[in-house]
Design a protein around this ligand. Structure first.
Ligand code: PHE
Length: 366
């Protein structure tokens, strides 16, 4: 009803609840947005088939930010002012969530990020939530993995300085690795979207590290792993959730074989809820297996629908309070309780690239 006050607004039928979504459906991180969107759509379809929420159907309004800076602000401004959405789902990449969050906060429209892990996001304000763990945890998980499982002593860190996610995760990894008794042999930077990493990789090779932590996104990571081999840097490479895309192995091929990364979910490690989700997703999307972003997109929509139900209405402050009270929600990526900071304390999984697939290795609890 709120949007009806705006001239030229797109009216939502009174038997529908408009929910916004912004995602990178195209551009550099297109697989992030496509996957989270597919998971979100599946959840909304299932919720509506089961009768909807508060006697109404959820109407999902999706905007593509093309993986570009500036476009997430445009997207949420439109969703709020023109479409009159009652809440917003998005984004995967932390920099794009950080761009949208202040707008949602000042409009008092609850925002639920499925997968952004930079801690700063939920510090924006009390209307901002996420259903995933944060990078101080993820960085520590990979630091301990490098030190204790891979038994490395000196490692290099290669950071995308254009990405809030990458800068944060690099910092938390370094802190964790030093705390575990290891040494940082070299720290080099790149800009996401670069095509030539050989200069920095040659400098890393000169520092003679046991391994290299790359907290980047899959398109860059695949090229980095290829070029590392070309400069003769043949040590293990590993990273975080930003590696997760079918494109990592499509582009990286042999150069990413055997490498490790941490992420939120593995279809091989879930309970009953996860099994049902994998089946429903495959059925809906031509046999395709869901990745972590798909599972988190699905969970973000379920958590929001559950909160609207408990709120008993669609006012922003009521949905906010209900989201904040989420406890032990049985989600595909694990039990979700929203903590004081409006984050979710959840386990991470570590996977290894094996024969072009992501093989489940272990689960690390917070
Ligand atoms: N956590 C990443 C970020 O904050 C995004 C991401 C989540 C990427 C899950 C892949 C899988 O930018």
């Amino acid at each position: 009803a709120m949007a009806l006050g705006f001239a030229g607004c797109q009216k939502t039928a009174s038997n529908e609840i408009p929910v916004g979504e912004f995602a990178s459906l195209t551009g550099k991180e297109a697989t992030f947005g496509q996957s989270s969107h597919e998971g979100t759509v599946l959840a909304v379809e299932q919720i509506n088939e089961a009768g909807g929420v508060l006697g109404k159907k959820i109407k999902l309004l999706t905007e593509d930010n093309a993986s570009k800076p500036g476009e997430s602000a445009n997207a949420v401004n439109k969703l709020i002012a023109k479409d009159g959405v009652v809440a917003i789902l998005g984004e995967v990449a932390s920099s794009r969530s950080l761009e949208a969050a202040p707008i949602c906060q000042s409009a008092k429209i609850p925002m639920v990020s499925p997968a952004s892990t930079n801690p700063k996001l939920t510090e924006t304000g009390d209307y901002i939530f996420r259903v995933c763990f944060i990078d101080p945890f993820q960085g520590t998980v990979m630091a301990n993995f490098a030190k204790n499982t891979l038994k490395e002593q000196n490692v290099a860190v290669f950071t995308d300085v254009k990405s809030d996610y990458s800068k944060g995760l690099a910092k938390f990894f370094k802190e964790g690795f030093t705390k575990a008794g290891g040494k940082i042999a070299a720290e080099l930077d790149y800009n996401g979207g670069d095509k030539d990493f050989k200069g920095q990789l040659t400098a890393i090779k000169a520092a003679n590290p046991d391994g290299v932590f790359v907290p980047g996104y899959y398109t860059d990571v695949a090229l980095i792993c290829i070029q590392a081999k070309e400069v003769g840097l043949n040590v293990p490479f590993y990273g975080g959730d930003g590696w997760e895309s079918s494109k990592l192995t499509e582009i990286g091929k042999d150069a990413v074989e055997g490498e490790y990364f941490s992420t939120h979910y593995s279809p091989d490690a879930g309970g009953e809820k996860a099994k049902a989700f994998v089946e429903a997703y495959k059925k809906r999307y031509n046999g395709k297996a869901p990745d972590a972003m798909a599972a988190l997109g699905y969970d973000s929509a379920l958590i929001l629908a559950d909160a609207i139900k408990r709120a008993g209405g669609t006012e922003g402050d009521k949905i906010r309070d209900a989201l904040a009270a989420t406890k032990d929600f049985d989600a595909v990526t694990g039990k979700i309780s929203i903590n004081k900071q409006h984050d979710a304390d959840k386990a991470a999984v570590i996977v290894q690239v094996k024969n072009g697939k992501f093989e489940y290795k272990e689960t690390v609890k917070p």
